[in-house]
Design a protein around this ligand. Structure first.
Ligand SMILES: *[C@@H]1O[C@H](CO)[C@@H](O)[C@H](O)[C@H]1NC(C)=O
Ligand SMILES: *[C@@H]1O[C@H](CO)[C@@H](O)[C@H](O)[C@H]1NC(C)=O
Ligand SMILES: *[C@@H]1O[C@H](CO)[C@@H](O)[C@H](O)[C@H]1NC(C)=O
Ligand SMILES: *[C@@H]1O[C@H](CO)[C@@H](O)[C@H](O)[C@H]1NC(C)=O
Ligand SMILES: *[C@@H]1O[C@H](CO)[C@@H](O)[C@H](O)[C@H]1NC(C)=O
Ligand SMILES: *[C@@H]1O[C@H](CO)[C@@H](O)[C@H](O)[C@H]1NC(C)=O
Ligand SMILES: *[C@@H]1O[C@H](CO)[C@@H](O)[C@H](O)[C@H]1NC(C)=O
Ligand SMILES: *[C@@H]1O[C@H](CO)[C@@H](O)[C@H](O)[C@H]1NC(C)=O
Ligand SMILES: *[C@@H]1O[C@H](CO)[C@@H](O)[C@H](O)[C@H]1NC(C)=O
Ligand SMILES: *[C@@H]1O[C@H](CO)[C@@H](O)[C@H](O)[C@H]1NC(C)=O
Ligand SMILES: *[C@@H]1O[C@H](CO)[C@@H](O)[C@H](O)[C@H]1NC(C)=O
Ligand SMILES: *[C@@H]1O[C@H](CO)[C@@H](O)[C@H](O)[C@H]1NC(C)=O
Length: 465
């Protein structure tokens, strides 16, 4: 006898609560099996596994971010909120129930409805959904585009390819979850274009795209009005975090070279994502976030090289600044070596004797003017309120560290990679991180990093390790 109970709010999200009658058995057995319970399987959101690809060439029917009345040019800073709670390890209020310390948000028994509760919530979840959609397409596209032989040549076996396939399937779940939260106006799947011509460029692009996908969510998760929605998103983004690490392993990089993962504002994530969306259907829900101008890291470290920092103009374009393998000679290719410290073929972990970057490194930058069409149907326009950038902000782990831009001329400059630590023993700058051009060295911390937005000119991913 099987009781199957689906509660209304939960059904929307695909939760199925069921209670199973436990059979009485006289003896312990390791081979007992009950008749399989017929499960109610909630449907996936409509999607195709691989869409058409290539840049958009038409004329958009609308342009610009979603917009309403704007009250001020920026948000004024306020002093910290008073916090009288004595953090002394004692209890300071009656417990509402046994073993239940007082306090917390949404802990009074209210049933969650898993609905967005503000424009901030809607726009953040919609951005997350745009991200899930591109990942779904990208992972399938890679599998469909490159042959098993090409994957084998890059050191990726049939089992590795199954893992990529599984990651694509995870995205179906994430896209379904976020679509259900938003309802009928949820953004749907679009078509895309990727700055990738071979497997190693594909893996590097996946590793970078999942980095801003993950960090984009960490930036807003704890600011959502709907904490119940945040809970579900958290349980998706922790999966995404694993995907990012796996792509690093596929690339032969040290899998997690930091102690903390960084969070970034929504407009930074949208800036990095939009260039790879070609077009969306006519009635697609639009986003309110900013698209900043492109930044090129002229000597972006190239993880496919034995000496990764010895790279000049070796990306396939701005924004993600994904690696290009085009100019790597066989003797410079780390995947061709079997030597420990040099070999960068796929592995659980790799040491790299020659680091991709180092404190004191001169980093050469170039940037575009604003006003350029970008994103779905070229229907968004890059914009910044900064006239001339003067600082590079190194956004990594828990820190935003500024270094001055030097020799600024004709939209180019260089800056020097700083030496930052979070805590003793953890050099701050490592992994796939964010390099942001600003006109002010504003002091911001992880929970108010979006206060920097009015001072941002543009941004890029920097492959520091
Ligand atoms: C997508 O691919 C999976 C296999 O990975 C397959 O089961 C599914 O039917 C495909 N979906 C569509 C919409 O083609
Ligand atoms: C329970 O908490 C919610 C959210 O924190 C609040 O909106 C609601 O008023 C509270 N209900 C009661 C009965 O206190
Ligand atoms: C767009 O049109 C489709 C098909 O008519 C509809 O299902 C969907 O809800 C519409 N989306 C929005 C955001 O209006
Ligand atoms: C990043 O971390 C790895 C692993 O600890 C280390 O080998 C590498 O030198 C670090 N890179 C930088 C730039 O600190
Ligand atoms: C984007 O392009 C698609 C495909 O050509 C078209 O159906 C859609 O209406 C366009 N949307 C906008 C906003 O221009
Ligand atoms: C690696 O490249 C950097 C930058 O070009 C250079 O300074 C360094 O000497 C190189 N290291 C080796 C071992 O060749
Ligand atoms: C980088 O390479 C591209 C393509 O080869 C070329 O068009 C561009 O001018 C180069 N940029 C610099 C700064 O060298
Ligand atoms: C890997 O790098 C670490 C840190 O530099 C070093 O302690 C360790 O000995 C290296 N291991 C191998 C096998 O090279
Ligand atoms: C950029 O945004 C500002 C503020 O919203 C606006 O006044 C300006 O016209 C925009 N510039 C461009 C090039 O779109
Ligand atoms: C920066 O400008 C100074 C003065 O014009 C020049 O001497 C120096 O070589 C430049 N540095 C770089 C890295 O271009
Ligand atoms: C960076 O700072 C740390 C901590 O102060 C120090 O141990 C290390 O030598 C510095 N590295 C460089 C390259 O200056
Ligand atoms: C980086 O952030 C950590 C944690 O907030 C802080 O302890 C440290 O002082 C910061 N480092 C710098 C150079 O700002």
């Amino acid at each position: 006898m099987v009781a199957l109970k689906v509660s209304t709010g939960a059904a929307l999200l695909g939760f199925v609560a069921r209670s199973l009658a436990v059979p009485v058995v006289s003896e312990a057995t390791t081979t007992f099996s009950a008749e399989a319970t017929p499960a109610v399987v909630p449907p996936d959101v409509p999607h195709t596994n691989v869409t058409s690809h290539g840049p958009y060439t038409g004329t958009p029917t609308t342009t610009g971010a979603l917009l309403t009345d704007v009250l001020a040019a920026s948000i004024a800073p306020l002093p910290p909120k008073p916090n009288p709670y004595p953090s002394d390890g004692e209890l300071h209020a009656p417990e509402p129930a046994p073993y239940t310390p007082a306090g917390g948000t949404d802990t009074n028994g209210t049933i969650p409805d898993y609905k967005v509760k503000s424009d901030f919530d809607y726009e953040s979840i919609a951005l997350g959904l745009y991200q899930e959609w591109i990942e779904l397409d990208l992972f399938h596209w890679g599998l469909a585009t490159f042959s098993p032989e090409e994957f084998e040549e890059a050191g990726l076996t049939a089992e590795d390819r199954y893992l990529i396939e599984f990651m694509a399937d995870q995205e179906v779940g994430h896209a379904t979850l976020l679509s259900n939260i938003l309802g009928p106006s949820a953004p749907v799947q679009c078509t895309y274009n990727y700055p990738v011509t071979n497997i190693r460029e594909f893996i590097d692009f996946c590793q970078k795209l999942t980095r801003f996908g993950e960090s984009g969510v960490y930036g807003f998760l704890n600011h959502l009005d709907a904490h119940d929605v945040g809970q579900l998103l958290l349980q998706s983004i922790t999966t995404e975090a694993r995907q990012q690490m796996i792509f690093r392993q596929f690339e032969g990089l040290f899998p997690m070279p930091v102690w903390f993962e960084v969070g970034i504002p929504q407009s930074w994530a949208w800036t990095l994502l939009a260039p790879y969306i070609s077009s969306c259907p006519a009635n697609q829900t639009r986003l309110a976030w900013q698209n900043y101008p492109a930044v090129y890291i002229l000597n972006q470290p190239n993880p496919a090289r034995i000496n990764g920092s010895s790279a000049w103009n070796e990306t396939t374009g701005p924004y993600t600044n994904t690696l290009s393998t085009a100019d790597i000679k066989p003797e410079e290719d780390c995947s061709a070596s079997k030597e420990v410290g040099v070999n960068c073929s796929p592995a659980i972990t790799r040491n790299r004797s020659e680091p991709l970057s180092y404190p004191g490194r001169q980093v050469f930058l170039q940037w575009d003017e604003p006003g350029k069409p970008i994103g779905p149907n070229n229907s968004y326009i890059t914009n910044t309120t900064v006239a001339q950038p003067t600082f590079a902000a190194w956004v990594t782990q828990l820190n935003v560290t500024y270094t001055p831009l030097q020799n600024v001329s004709d939209n180019t400059a260089y800056t020097i990679q700083p030496n930052v630590s979070t805590f003793a023993g953890d050099p701050g700058i490592n992994g796939t991180m964010f390099l942001v051009l600003t006109d002010l060295d504003l002091y911001v911390t992880p929970y108010n990093i979006s206060m920097l937005n009015p001072h941002v000119y543009g941004l890029a991913l920097y492959q520091s390790g």
